[in-house]
Ligand binder design. Structure first.
Ligand SMILES: Cc1cc2nc3c(=O)[nH]c(=O)nc-3n(C[C@H](O)[C@H](O)[C@H](O)COP(=O)(O)OP(=O)(O)OC[C@H]3O[C@@H](n4cnc5c(N)ncnc54)[C@H](O)[C@@H]3O)c2cc1C
Length: 523
């Protein structure tokens, strides 16, 4: 296994490993390992135990909460050389499972599914999959993300509105625990009994973990360890942000690929867009409802020259857009719904004429590229402003709100932001009542205003029963907000879960839970 030792050489030769998309840095590792196999990962973990080093797990580094950003003096495990598709298998019930290394990217999976049998190298069982007929439903916008990272954060995407977040599609995980042991878990293998998970690692170490009793907010949520009734141990690991174990093999469930029709419909204002979304939520075949407000479209337009595609003229009088996807099949072509949809669009001041449609794969790719370009153009703007003012960073929300209060509270957020005159871009997963507000400060004074606004929005979200993180996770940047949302008792329950699996708190220290914890971990 390639391993680089020494802070100076790491700083000079691997500077890109010292931060993620949040652009925060926390320190320089003592060593960076590039495992290629499960045995390599185990060796590294055993070495970290011997040397008393904490371990930071680095995936695709597209995270925006600092989870994979190394802390000073740690051992960093970087999965860039463990990115193979391993095999395809079929469960007795017929479910198709794709087994992958953790470092395979989402883009890699999509590419593989186009023609599995002709992949770059032979993949056992690839013949079970006909070309272009299967879908890995979770579709976080950033396809450079690695599978391991997306499982660790329980990432979501536009399709999560219909198909749920990553958790729902994880079938099996092979995980290296903090003591170097492995555990292979299939969904259904280990369920709680009387609130306790009792299991033995492959090497024979017994573990007992008390299931958390707190209730996560009743909205789309990626903050904190999962807890729920009749819980599966697999679900504790999914979304644990690398703090409970290191995924070394990931088995994900594939779905038959539906035929999608998609469109980007333009509306005059927020109200009409939200009203159209209410209609779309009620449609059984709609699989995605995304929103881009005027500020997001402005960013896109201003960055026209940077875009990797030709951006058509946006309608001058309709400056809000809703992206939707509809799943067709033989018996339910989109054509059958066009009259009903046309009258809905007309009722809300839009039409098919002011909709950019994506009925062919190429057109859909273009719409997806447009969706991806918005956060990228915001990040590019931040990078530009940073040149003049190095402290500058994006301040962005990842909140989801309960449906009944969503419009009111979101409207209040926007009124405050408009009053602050901060540059901003608003977009996201309207179907799930989950929109990202990106505040883009240019000066330290504006950054201070942005942080105050953020703090106020988090308090309002929590008071309303929403979550401070619906998909990006807590990382190292939001641990205080996790505590604010759940309270001290629930954080103590999470700390107990962590201590039961990782008594020395070696894995991803400072991510998801503050370190040192309030009560010292048992040694
Ligand atoms: C332009 C842009 C758009 C984005 N859009 C979305 C979106 O639509 N939805 C969404 O959910 N997120 C989105 N994100 C955020 C990011 O892509 C996700 O959080 C993603 O899941 C991170 O994956 P990664 O491989 O980059 O992980 P990293 O950022 O490297 O790490 C994330 C966390 O996972 C842990 N981890 C990584 N690999 C492993 C492993 N093998 N075992 C255990 N733990 C591991 C890390 O330690 C860290 O805590 C976006 C980011 C960008 C830049």
């Amino acid at each position: 296994m390639k391993t680089i030792h020494g802070k100076q050489i790491i700083r000079e030769t691997l500077p890109e490993l010292l931060y993620d998309e949040s652009r925060f840095t926390f320190g320089i590792p003592d060593a960076v390992c590039f495992p290629q196999t499960t045995a390599d990962v185990r060796d590294a973990v055993l070495e970290a135990n011997r040397a008393g080093l904490s371990i930071t797990i680095i995936g695709g580094k597209t995270g925006i909460a600092g989870g994979s950003v190394p802390i000073d003096g740690c051992m960093a495990l970087c999965f860039s050389e463990m990115g193979k598709i391993i095999r395809v298998s079929q469960e007795p019930g017929g479910a198709m499972i794709l087994h992958c290394d953790p470092g395979v990217t989402l883009a890699g999976i999509t590419e593989f599914l186009k023609d599995p049998a002709s992949w770059k190298y032979p993949v056992e069982g690839a013949g079970l999959l006909s070309p272009g007929t299967w879908l890995y439903a979770p579709d976080p916008t950033e396809t450079a993300a690695q599978l391991g990272g997306t499982i660790a954060t329980n990432a979501s995407g536009a399709h999560s509105f219909r198909f749920g977040p990553t958790r729902k599609h994880v079938h099996e995980l092979v995980t290296v625990l903090a003591n170097g042991d492995t555990i292979c878990l299939k969904r259904g293998d280990c369920r709680e009994k009387n609130g306790i998970f009792a299991f033995t690692s492959d090497q024979g170490t017994p573990f007992t973990v008390r299931k958390p009793l707190y209730r996560p907010p009743a909205v789309k949520n990626a903050g904190g360890y999962f807890a729920g009734p009749d819980m599966d141990l697999l679900d504790l690991f999914v979304g644990s942000e690398g703090t409970l174990g290191i995924f070394v093999e990931c088995g994900i469930r594939l779905l038959p690929l539906p035929r999608f029709a998609a469109g980007l419909s333009f509306f005059a204002d927020r109200k009409s867009s939200f009203d159209a979304a209410a209609f779309l939520r009620g449609q059984a075949r709609v699989s995605a409802i995304e929103y881009f407000d005027e500020s997001a479209l402005r960013f896109l337009e201003q960055s026209r020259s940077e875009l990797p595609f030709d951006l058509p003229q946006l309608p001058p009088d309709r400056r809000n857009a809703v992206y939707w996807e509809y799943m067709e099949d033989e018996g339910s072509p989109f054509e059958d719904r066009m009259d009903e949809w046309e009258s809905m669009l007309t009722q809300h001041g839009s039409s098919f004429e002011s909709t950019w449609s994506g009925f062919e794969p190429g057109e859909m790719e273009r719409l997806k590229a447009l969706r991806h370009a918005i956060p990228e153009t915001v990040n590019n703007a931040i990078a530009r402003y940073k040149r003049d003012c190095p402290d500058i960073r994006k301040v962005s929300t990842d909140t989801a709100l309960p449906a009944p209060v969503f419009e009111q509270i979101f409207g209040e957020y926007i009124a405050r932001i408009t009053e602050s005159k901060l540059e901003h871009a608003v977009f996201g997963h309207l179907g799930d009542f989950h929109l990202h507000i990106n505040l883009v400060p240019r000066t330290t004074a504006e950054l201070a205003v942005a942080k105050r606004l953020y703090e106020d929005m988090m308090r309002d979200t929590i008071d309303a029963g929403g979550t401070v993180s619906a998909e990006h996770g807590i990382g190292k940047l939001k641990t205080g907000y996790l505590r604010m949302m759940y309270g001290d008792a629930a954080i103590a329950e999470m700390a107990a879960v962590k201590s039961a699996l990782d008594p020395l708190w070696l894995l991803n220290r400072g991510t998801l839970l503050e370190y040192p914890p309030e009560t010292a971990p048992s040694t």
